[in-house]
Design a protein around this ligand. Sequence first.
Ligand code: ADP
Length: 363
Amino acid sequence: MPPIEIEIGPQSNIKQLVADFPVAAEVMTAFGLGCSGCGVSRYETVEQGARAHGLQVEPIVAALRDARRTGSVPHIRDEDRQPARRAPGVFSGRSRIAHVIPIMSGKGGVGKSLVTALIAIGLRRRHYRVGILDADITGPSIPKLFGLREPLSIQADPVKRTPQGQPQPLISPAVSRSAIEIVSSNLLSESEDTAMIWRGPIVAGVIRQFYEQVTWSELDFLLVDLPPGTSDAPLTVLQSLSIDGVVLVTMPQALATMVVRKAANLVHQLKKPILGVVENMSYFEAPDTGARYEIYGPSYAQRVAELARAPVLARIPIDPVKAQLADEGRIEELDDPICDILVERLLAGIEAHPKPKETISII
Ligand code: ADP
């Protein structure tokens, strides 16, 4: 008796399809849905994957059915693989973004970018539309985590002009394999376009451009990976974006705790909520014995949470798997409950601090 084949339709789970007939992965890739191998897809139907990537579901279902019958990827029309992004002409300058959450740390190297990525992945697993505005110009962490190298494409805004009368640049975000939209100064090419963007060497100005002059989709969440510390750039974001609240990332070191106190004070002074604290590299758990070692010393998570007047969202261990996936640009392949835990608690925090109704604006 031939094996029972699962029905292919908009509601088919991507991972199951790929397990059922591996050529499905090639079909997905042909549509630009590189998510068939990533940790998000196991939670996603074909329809959800298509929507996240801005594609029509019908041609994908048709191609999958064809591929199962013939064993190879059928011809796919160019228009079926073009994401329905807003054309620059209809972009009115400000995207409608429901929630903006900056991720902050007192100092560099505590894993702020990794935590940003884990939250983004957790949100995608719940089928939210997610973007990351990488404002941390101290290193290429975000593009590296997602394996992005292609420079961002920049067009001239057909409507808006700079004070000098030049067309304003309009940036298309990079899109990760699991459809996370990403904008980062590390994805700007060394061309003239770059000069357009870097009109002033002021990071705060760049953040503003990355917010206003990007054709973001109508995102449910925009995560802002802030530069470490309490310099001008984080200040601008906190003051001028309509944020829901901040996530503070720290690690178990007395110094990190001291600087995170400064960051927490800054957020409080600006009367913005801190949604939660993440202690990263909290401990190491030996895979053979399960014994926990506090490599950097005892946890300060509770202490920091008291200072921040916010809950601990998670204590994340030092994990070679995360480090390796991060290093290889394959962080979306991580299938770890930590992504869900972070997001569950973060969403609870957002619910506890509803942001005042106002349209998002930046001064
Ligand atoms: P930050 O954004 O705070 O500067 P990153 O997220 O770039 O820090 O992390 C610094 C380095 O530490 C990266 O190489 C990252 O992969 C690694 N790293 C971060 N968190 C962990 C963890 N929990 N386990 C293992 N490696 C980690």
